[in-house]
Design a protein around this ligand. Structure first.
Ligand SMILES: Cc1cc2nc3c(=O)[nH]c(=O)nc-3n(C[C@H](O)[C@H](O)[C@H](O)COP(=O)(O)O)c2cc1C
Length: 169
């Protein structure tokens, strides 16, 4: 399968998890592409990577979206601001026929633990996408990365037994 992993991170954990997912997939013969929801333009400005992500969403068999959970615009439990901006660039059918899987990083010391996963689930459902497996919620990744790796690998296995390649015309 051709798998796109789109991630949003502030302190790097969500990217590390993206690499672990990608390694697990490539070991099993799948092709993976990583995209940051944010990018740095030639002029050096931090900008939304919407064009590349939208193009990738249409051309892959499976899209894995990963976000940290953060405090945004006065509210706890939000998805990365890049996904909030990206949502505004989509229309009600943008994700029609696209298979997704979601993972979120968080910390159970916060009342809104890993709520980014729920925001992403709603975003995808609102735009007619489908979600292949229950979302993976990762608690305190930075404190226990080795332990979490095993859980990530199990989740990817579950995903592979559910997700199917898109028929090619
Ligand atoms: C300012 C701030 C706000 C956070 N808010 C939440 C939250 O509401 N819910 C939660 O589960 N985790 C929250 N976290 C924890 C982060 O989601 C967690 O540390 C995550 O691993 C960071 O991912 P990243 O390294 O990809 O940025 C917060 C962390 C910070 C620093």
């Amino acid at each position: 399968m051709d798998v796109l992993i789109v991630y949003g991170t502030y302190s790097g954990g969500t990217l590390e998890v993206a690499h672990e997912i990608a390694n697990t997939l490539t070991e099993q013969g799948h092709k993976t592409t990583l995209e940051n929801i944010m990018t740095t333009s030639d002029a050096g400005t931090y900008a939304l990577n919407d064009a590349k992500v939208l193009e990738g969403v249409k051309s892959h068999d499976l899209v894995i979206i990963g976000s940290c959970t953060w405090f945004e615009e006065g509210e706890e439990g939000q998805m990365h601001s890049g996904f909030r901006m990206f949502e505004k660039k989509t229309d009600p059918t943008t994700f029609e026929g696209v298979n997704f899987a979601i993972y979120a990083l968080g910390d159970s010391n916060y009342a809104q633990f890993c709520r980014a996963a729920e925001h992403l689930e709603k975003f995808i459902a609102d735009k007619k996408g489908s979600v292949a497996v229950p979302s993976l919620r990762i608690n305190r990744y930075y404190a226990r990365p080795q332990e979490v790796k095993k859980t990530i690998r199990q989740w990817v296995q579950q995903l592979l037994t559910t997700a199917k390649e898109k028929p090619r015309s």
